[in-house]
Design a protein around this ligand. Structure first.
Ligand SMILES: [Fe+2]
Ligand SMILES: [Fe+2]
Length: 481
């Protein structure tokens, strides 16, 4: 057996042991919440039996989580973080449901909390699976602890869990990964209203008492609203504790309250304006190829953040015709320019920015040469000039975000310097940028397909004319009047 396999077995066994302890604690607390007079020592037989039953569910989920973590969409999240986020949500969901069931109603179970929090932080499909595990665990723990005299008393618990899980599935699908606070609140309200008649129908299965039917329908709506309230309160904590970058948190990075961005605006206004334009283009491209547009936008905002170390060395920030490169030899100029990628990467790592954003700052020029200075030296030197001395350090883009920023960065700078004359010249230029990067091998490791590149080209060709539209010259208009 290879060393790697041995380590994997030890790691899995250790995680399962921890999960067993977590299961036992959850079962004990679940019983404490549902049993009026609970005594750990008197109930130890039941505790062991329930722990084993719930642990089987937890272990099945662990296998599923391991399988899911291999998929490309979850690559950015470490396995341990994935497990911690999912299981804390399940445990909180179980305990909240036990408490709500025991003290309010079994129809008011906030199981939607699990599907939404895991759906938002990890993935909708994982959220749905987590809700099934949490719902089934509540079904196992609660009937076994209630003072149940006959089988009919189990009915409301089972139906309540079923309705709670169903609400969770519908809300997770309604909200998906692209959510907003508006969607969250209104989604909960709509799902609650839609689930009320369903809940009433379920109650009719075992009683025709009109008051019970009405109350259960109202409790179902209350459970969903409670789930959203708990999510709203706990999401910022989840984001900070597990360092997960949700859309809410990414949006906080693109305001001028963010110190680095404010500094860029104050000290390098030209770069700031260029970054805004790149961010707009990158966001549109991300939408076109189906990756996170918020992440693409933030990558655009921060890709040139390293320029604040020496803003005057970049043409967009130079004022009054003064250019410090006139006083330097080309080799020094190149090193002043190329270091903005590594400087940006270090600055962003220091403030714990998401990995994708740090990489976009480091990789957005790949290992391409600073053509202007290379050509300048070539024109004044006899013989060969080593191209490598005029290149960025790299690496080439390793994420789709870095590659999008690379393409949008060149296009934005190129069309700002010389706006395209017509749509044909625009298409030709964008095509040329993408083809040259492909031939240089800059896009080899980024994961973009040829179809993605086609969509990116179409998006840029659509967005550039819109961003360079003409405005009315009001002074001339006044003169004509
Ligand atoms: Fe740059
Ligand atoms: Fe740039």
């Amino acid at each position: 057996m290879s060393q790697e396999k041995k380590q994997a077995i030890i790691r899995n066994a250790a995680i399962l042991c921890v999960l067993f302890v977590v299961t036992a604690v959850t079962v004990i607390f679940g019983m404490m919440l549902t049993l009026r007079h609970f005594n750990v020592f008197a109930e130890y037989g039941k505790i062991i039996a329930l722990t084993i039953a719930v642990f089987v569910l937890f272990a099945v989920f662990y296998v599923y989580l391991n399988y899911s973590s291999n998929s490309r969409s979850l690559e950015s999240m470490s396995n341990l973080k994935l497990i911690s986020v999912a299981y804390t949500a399940i445990v909180i969901g179980i305990l909240l449901s036990c408490a709500t069931g025991a003290y309010l109603s079994w129809y008011a179970l906030p199981l939607a909390f699990v599907s939404l929090i895991v759906g938002i932080l990890i993935r909708v499909r994982v959220g749905i699976m987590a809700t099934v595990i949490a719902g089934m665990s509540v079904m196992i723990i609660s009937p076994a602890t209630e003072q149940i005299q006959d089988a009919s008393a189990v009915m409301p618990i089972v139906l309540g869990c079923f309705i709670g899980m169903l609400s969770g599935f519908v809300m997770a699908f309604l909200i998906r990964k692209r959510y907003s606070r508006f969607k969250l609140t209104w989604g909960a309200l709509i799902v609650s209203l839609a689930m009320m008649p369903f809940s009433a129908l379920m109650t009719i299965l075992y009683t025709f008492d009109a008051t019970t039917v009405l109350y259960n329908a109202i409790f179902t709506a209350m459970g969903n609203m409670l789930a959203v309230a708990v999510i709203t309160a706990s999401l910022p904590l989840y984001e900070r504790i597990f360092n997960v970058w949700t859309d809410f948190r990414l949006q906080e990075l693109i305001t001028l309250r963010q110190p680095l961005l404010r500094k860029l605006n104050e000290e390098a206004p030209g770069t700031f304006s260029h970054s805004m334009a790149v961010a707009n283009l990158a966001e549109s491209c991300a939408v076109a190829i189906g990756i996170n547009p918020y992440m693409a936008r933030v990558c655009g905002y921060f890709h040139d953040i390293g320029k604040i170390k020496n803003p005057q060395f970049f043409i967009e920030n130079q004022k009054d015709g003064y250019n410090p490169h006139d006083e330097l030899i080309p080799e020094v100029s190149v090193s002043m320019i190329t270091r903005h990628t590594t400087a940006g990467y270090e600055m962003l790592r220091e403030v714990h920015m998401p990995e994708e954003i740090c990489k976009a700052a480091l990789e957005h020029h790949g290992d391409s040469p600073v053509s202007y200075f290379y050509m300048k030296v070539k024109s004044i030197t006899e013989g060969d000039v080593d191209n490598k001395e005029f290149c960025y350090e790299g690496p080439c883009p390793t994420t789709k975000y870095s590659a999008i920023i690379m393409i949008c960065d060149i296009c934005e700078a190129m069309f700002r310097a010389k706006p395209p004359e017509d749509i044909q010249s625009l298409e030709k230029a964008v095509d040329g940028v993408i083809k040259s990067r492909l031939t240089e091998g800059q896009l080899d490791d980024c994961g973009l397909t040829m179809h993605d590149l086609k969509l990116i080209k179409q998006t840029i060709c659509r967005a550039i004319p819109a961003s360079m539209h003409k405005r009315i010259d009001y002074d001339k208009a006044k003169e004509r009047r």
